[in-house]
Every structure is written in structure tokens, then in C-alpha cells.
Design a protein around this ligand. Structure first.
Ligand code: HGY
Ligand code: MN
Ligand code: MN
Length: 410
């Protein structure tokens, strides 16, 4: 186990160097130089474990160990390798590294599966570059139309297609995958919360994942001179935006059931100290374990926006992401618990307040997810840290689970 832990630490430390903000956490935008460095490293590790490596029309990376029945659906294990701005080293890579190490155990033990084993490294789960998020998994499952894909732009107006070509990827390759080619999808992820650490339990078997919605709200007013424009003659986009933003959290609080709402991004134009802002764009991220709570908060957000229209102010709401809450596969959850028990690894059941690619795949195949503890419950920040020994536990559990799932049924 110590050897495995050392390998895991080396992977995590290496991938963490692929950041545009060294010393200030991990910033790895999709299709950036840092993406390409991480991509090349992941592909190298896949090849070292004897996997056939390919990339799809979004740049998702697949490493396949072909089974004795090559047309059989694959048991997929993986996670994402992009990051939030100034994030941590484990959100995403912990799951990719665990998957790489399961493949390496298959290779070292010369396992010849019946069903193929496929290691997957997914792009743009965070949405940090193109907004919305879960882009790689939504593309594979046909939930990202070509039209939607072609309309995406980053903050500099660059499209995913242009960005892909700039690092040698081919956007004309197929994106959508037939669900019949997937037998199961397993994902290890850091918990990103305090529960496992407080309970001192090394493994969480995920029961369900919250529903998640993301909106981009654009408030348009009239630019003007800060000194010569009387207060009663202004259509100040920023003043209106701040009024709406300050109303939103109370909708989530009133909803209860763990409903949360966050405005994480706010851009002011033209952003001059002596200019009345004529445009503000801000994001609203809404989540809850129950869909009706998400929908009720959305309704109230829309009413608040409507109430601030007029007097030279125009407001537009764009939906960037809407995913319903998901319960994960009972069959896979039982398998993960059984393998944890066989390995004397203590576990508990847990629900996810974070969104994950697993929630996207769960409409198309059997999905299982494991969490490991996050130190002080911190994530999406440079302080994010998890223990490689916990990742090694998950590798052991996934290895036993994947061996069983890739064997022929009696
Ligand atoms: O936002 C999330 O829950 C995930 O980190 N993309
Ligand atoms: Mn994240
Ligand atoms: Mn993540």
C-alpha cells in the first residue's frame, strides 16, 4: 500500500505543477497550456499501463484496456482535470489519479477482463473557461448540442473549437457516445466538505448528488459621467445589480432543505472609477437536494429581476446549466460497500452538495461515487488537501469493484 501511496503522491504533485498561478493554487483552464501539460502526462501514464489512448471531439481523454469481448460496454473510471481559478490540487485529479492506478493494478496483475476497462479524464467540469460546466460529460452523453457548443465563448471571445485547435485537438472528432458502450461509471472525488473528517471515516459512499442550476444575469443601463450626472438622472447598472444580488440569498435561506445560492462572478463595464456602469454581468449558482426547492428559488430570482426592469434598465437572464438531483445506482453502491468491508475500510453513506460528472452519466449508465476526506472541509482554494493514503483506499475498493464488473457474468 505504501508503494501505491507514493505513486499517488507523485502523480498529484506532478499534475499540480501544471498551473498558470504557481504558488497561488491550481489554475488550469480547459485547452490552455496547462491543460496540454496535464493531458500529455495523463496520456503518458495511460500508455505506461498498456491502455489504448484516444481523445474525442471535446478533448476528453480515454484509456482503454480492451476485454476478451471487444464489443462489450466499458466499465469507466475517471473524473475531470480542469480547475477553478486558484483552486486546489485534488478537485478532479484525485479521481483521475485513482483511475490511472486502478489501470496500473490491472496491468501489473495482467488481468484480462471480459468487459473493457476504460479510464476517462474529462474536460471543463468546472465551467471556469466557457461557463456552465460539466461540458465533457454532457458532450459524451449528448446533452450538449453542436449549436450550444458552437455558441460558447470564453471571456476573450475565443470558442472551444479555436482553443482546442490551438493545442492540437480535433473538434471534428465524434463527441457523443452511444450509452450502450457504457456498462458503469465510477468516480472518486474529494468530499469538499467537513463530514468525513469530523466523523473520522476514510470513505464516503455517495447516495445522491444535489440538483444544480447556473444563470448569467446581464443588467444594462446607461454609462455617464460620475461628476456631472444628477443622481435622479441615472440608470446605473451596478446599483441595480447589487440590489438584486442582495435579495437572492434570502430566497435560498427561506427554502431550507440545505438549499444554497451563490453569486461567484461579477463583471462591471466599462469599469472606470469615474464612469457610471452601463453593464454588469453576474452569475447565480443554485443547488438543493430537492428539485422543487431549486425551481422555487429560480422563480423568485426571476420575480426579483422583473421588479428591477425599467427606468432605463434592461435585464436579461441566461440559463447556463440545469441538472436535476440524482440518486446513484443501488447496485453499485452495494458493491462499493461490500468491497470496502472486504478490505476492512470503514465507510459511511453521504450525499454530495457539489456537482460532479457522475451526475451527468447517471442518466445513461450505472454510476457509483466515492468520497475521501478534505482537510478542514476546504476546497476550491489553494489550501485544499487530501491524504494519498485515502486515495489509495479508494483505488483498492475500485480495483476490486472493477475486477468484478469487468468479469463475465456467470
Ligand atoms: O461546482 C461544483 O460543485 C463542482 O466543483 N463543479
Ligand atoms: Mn470543483
Ligand atoms: Mn470536481
Amino acid at each position: 500500500m505504501k508503494h501505491l501511496q507514493k505513486r499517488i503522491e507523485r502523480h498529484i504533485e506532478t499534475i499540480a505543477t501544471f498551473t498558470s498561478t504557481p504558488g497561488k493554487g491550481t489554475s488550469r483552464l480547459t485547452y490552455s497550456k496547462e491543460d496540454l501539460q496535464a493531458r500529455n502526462y495523463i496520456k503518458e501514464q495511460m500508455k505506461a499501463s498498456g491502455l489504448n489512448v484516444k481523445e474525442d471531439g471535446l478533448g476528453n481523454i480515454f484509456g482503454k484496456l480492451v476485454g476478451s469481448n471487444p464489443d462489450a460496454p466499458s466499465v469507466m473510471i475517471g473524473s475531470h482535470f480542469d480547475s477553478v481559478p486558484n483552486g486546489g490540487s485534488y478537485d478532479g485529479p484525485a479521481g483521475v489519479v485513482a483511475a490511472l492506478e486502478v489501470a496500473n493494478l490491472f496491468y501489473q496483475h495482467n488481468i484480462k477482463p471480459t468487459y473493457p476497462l476504460e479510464i476517462v479524464a474529462l474536460v471543463e467540469e468546472e465551467g471556469s473557461r466557457f461557463g456552465g460546466g460539466l461540458m465533457g460529460s454532457r458532450g459524451i452523453t449528448g446533452q450538449l448540442s453542436e449549436e450550444e457548443f458552437s455558441q460558447l465563448k470564453d471571456k476573450n471571445g475565443i470558442s472551444p473549437k479555436e482553443a482546442m485547435q490551438s493545442i492540437g485537438l480535433d473538434p471534428s472528432l465524434p463527441k457523443v457516445r452511444d450509452p450502450k458502450t457504457m456498462k458503469a461509471f465510477l468516480e472518486l472525488h474529494i468530499e469538499q466538505g467537513p463530514v468525513l473528517e469530523e466523523k473520522n471515516i476514510p470513505i464516503g459512499v455517495v447516495e445522491s448528488i444535489v440538483g444544480q442550476a447556473e444563470y448569467h444575469i446581464t443588467v444594462k443601463g446607461q454609462a455617464g459621467h460620475a461628476g456631472t450626472t444628477p443622481m435622479n438622472k441615472r440608470s446605473d447598472a451596478l446599483v441595480t445589480a447589487t440590489k438584486i444580488i442582495s435579495e437572492l440569498p434570502s430566497f435560498a435561506i427561506a427554502e431550507g432543505n440545505g438549499t444554497v445560492l451563490t453569486t461567484g462572478k461579477l463583471n462591471v463595464f466599462p469599469n472606470g472609477a469615474n464612469v457610471i456602469p452601463d453593464k454588469v454581468i453576474f452569475t447565480v449558482d443554485i443547488r438543493s437536494g430537492k428539485e422543487e426547492n431549486v425551481q422555487h428559488v429560480i422563480e423568485q430570482m426571476q420575480q426579483s429581476v422583473e421588479a428591477h426592469q425599467g427606468n432605463g434598465i434592461e435585464i436579461d437572464i441566461e440559463e447556463k446549466l440545469y441538472v436535476q438531483p440524482k440518486a446513484l445506482s443501488e447496485t453499485i453502491r452495494s458493491l462499493l460497500k461490500e468491497k470496502s468491508e472486504n478490505k476492512d475500510i470503514s465507510y459511511c453513506s453521504i450525499n454530495s452538495g457539489a456537482g460532479h460528472d457522475a451526475m451527468v452519466f447517471s442518466d445513461f449508465t450505472e454510476v457509483g461515487m466515492l468520497f475521501i476526506p478534505s482537510k478542514a472541509g476546504l476546497s476550491h482554494c489553494p489550501e485544499e488537501w487530501s491524504d494519498a493514503a485515502d486515495i489509495a483506499n479508494a483505488v483498492e475498493i475500485f480495483y476490486q469493484t472493477a475486477k468484478q464488473l469487468t468479469e463475465a457474468e456467470e
